[in-house]
Design a protein around this ligand. Structure first.
Ligand SMILES: [Zn+2]
Length: 85
């Protein structure tokens, strides 16, 4: 048996990848804003995007994060995501 690595689905391409290789976004319980979980300290149900420009662009085009969290999210979040890859 190998080491168990949780797999998560990319909201853009729908492929499954190990959680630790993806960008994670969560709703911050303090201010309700959707944020990238850059230091893996935010709790809650996350949305995941592959760490590549193609998936970030696709997520932006599909409004993926807004659809996932069912709220309006400024498109600047995708620029922030690009800076994290
Ligand atoms: Zn992807």
């Amino acid at each position: 048996m190998g080491e168990h690595i949780p797999m998560r689905m990319c909201i853009a391409c729908r492929a499954m990848h190990p959680q630790n290789e993806m960008l994670r976004f969560v709703r911050d319980i303090k201010d309700g804003m959707i944020k990238p979980d850059t230091d893996k300290s935010l709790f809650g149900r996350g949305a995941y995007i592959c760490k590549n420009g193609k998936c970030i662009a696709l997520a932006k085009k599909k409004n993926g994060l807004a659809r996932h969290f069912k709220c309006e999210i400024p498109h600047t979040i995708y620029k922030t995501a690009e800076e994290l890859i």
